[in-house]
Design a binder for this molecule. Structure first.
Ligand code: CTP
Length: 406
């Protein structure tokens, strides 16, 4: 593959030379783009000798090739290693002050950043917020290693070993489907948790963070789809992307209305939302008050609508709802039944085309950055296990969805 290796100005630049050698030895075409300050640590001749190609680091070199746009577009992968606190801040701010900044703004391929800095710089809220911003936009920022730093000090912030960076980068590329898989398609994705009001102040909710639904919206948009993201309560902001329209909902009833309205004449519906199964049967218009020192009200619940099942049923009744409907199943399993068996039964019961089963429990899945799922298919296709970040899982789901729509 064609790789752009952006090297920014930190002492770990010398280790990026080892990473470069590893990639070229594996037969890849690597274009090294150092920043000015990176060249103070390792000079151009080293990068040119190890990559076997000319090295440009100035936006105004090789302008006849529109280098700043082409490098990002033509590559299969962009790796920034080491990524200094300054370069992470520049990328988060979208600055195009040097060639690598331009490449990052034009890249439509996976971008991997391997940070290297002192622990204080890594832990600084400015850096942490910049990293969170980049991750939200789909950049893969690898966790720095813990260990010896430049001086005698040790801590988190150490440049990950070149073998680890290369292994992770390859996994990310392998999991990422070819581009424009969903060009011309319109996908509706529900995300986050629903909230069922008890009174004007209180509600019954759940632990959904919305991370998996947001990752799906980002990956689908990157694959050229138009996305309607129906967002319940989420811990993270909805993604900003020209192809993503966000519709906010709170309760299951609102979710049902939004899905039945927005999914009409669309190509696919992915129900990643964690939907309440029960809601208080009475919602008071005034706040429920304590009557005396001992009073505690009983809450009577009723079942909510099953949005996924309703969509499948209405489609069967002739409504123009998507030909591919994907459900999620959050299962804990029990003494007699595995989460996967519960998932297989749920796929039958819900009548959708695909079901993504994940095992949930204390500290598992909800709010976490990683996920461990199995994709099941109603047509009997082989089940696909996927492990990795929620972006990696989203890529696998989107590529299966694209197959189903092809
Ligand atoms: N779902 C839905 N409407 C509901 C409940 C769930 O549309 N009222 C959708 C979810 O978005 C998910 C799928 O159905 O895609 C399965 O959700 P899950 O909570 O795992 O299943 P339940 O239907 O609640 O079934 P059970 O209580 O038996 O686990």
């Amino acid at each position: 593959m064609r790789i752009v290796l952006g090297v920014t100005g930190g002492i770990a630049a010398y280790k990026a030379a080892l990473l470069l050698r590893m990639m070229t030895e594996d037969g890849h075409e690597v274009h090294v783009v150092p920043t000015e300050s990176a060249l103070k640590f390792v000079g151009k001749p080293t990068w040119e000798a190890l990559s076997g190609r000319p090295v440009y680091n100035d936006t105004f070199e090789a302008v006849e090739d529109v280098n700043h746009v082409l490098q990002g577009r033509k590559a299969d992968l962009v790796i920034i290693a080491p990524a200094t606190a300054h370069s992470i801040a520049k990328a988060a701010g979208g600055l195009a002050s040097d060639l690598i900044g331009n490449i990052l703004l034009t890249a439509t391929v996976p971008v991997v950043m391997a940070p290297a800095m002192h622990t204080e710089m890594w832990e600084n809220p400015a850096t942490q917020e910049n990293v969170a911003t980049l991750r939200r936009r789909g950049v893969h920022v690898i966790e720095p290693a813990v260990g010896r730093l430049t001086g005698a000090d040790t801590g988190k912030g150490r440049f990950p070993e070149p073998e680890d960076i290369w292994a992770q980068a390859q996994e990310i590329v392998n999991q990422s489907p070819p581009r424009d898989l969903l060009a011309g398609k319109h996908i509706v994705i529900s995300s986050g948790g629903t909230r069922e009001a008890l009174d004007p102040v209180r509600y019954i909710g759940n632990r959904s963070s919305g991370k998996q639904g947001v990752a799906l919206a980002q990956v689908a948009a990157r694959q050229g789809a138009q996305v309607t993201l129906i967002a319940g309560a989420m811990d993270i902001p909805a993604p900003e992307h020209p192809n993503i329209e966000v519709v906010n909902i709170e309760s299951t009833r609102e979710l049902l209305d939004a899905v039945l309205h927005h999914a009409r004449h669309k190509d696919a519906l992915i129900m990643a939302a964690a939907v309440a199964d029960f809601r208080p049967s009475n919602v008071t218009t005034d706040k429920i008050k304590k009557e005396d020192g001992w009073s505690a009200p009983s809450i009577v619940l009723e079942q909510t609508e099953d949005v996924l099942k309703t969509a499948v049923e209405q489609r069967a009744a002739g409504e123009p709802l998507p030909e591919v409907i994907v459900g999620f199943a959050a299962e804990t399993g029990d003494d007699t039944t595995t989460p996967l068996d519960y998932g297989r039964a749920k796929l039958q019961r819900k009548g959708c085309e695909m079901l993504v089963v994940n095992e949930v429990g204390v500290g598992k899945v909800f709010g976490q950055d990683d996920n461990d799922v199995t994709i099941l298919f109603a047509d009997g296709s082989a089940e696909i296990p996927v492990q990795g970040s929620k972006t990696v899982v989203a890529q696998a789901i989107i590529s299966q969805l694209a197959n189903a729509l092809a």
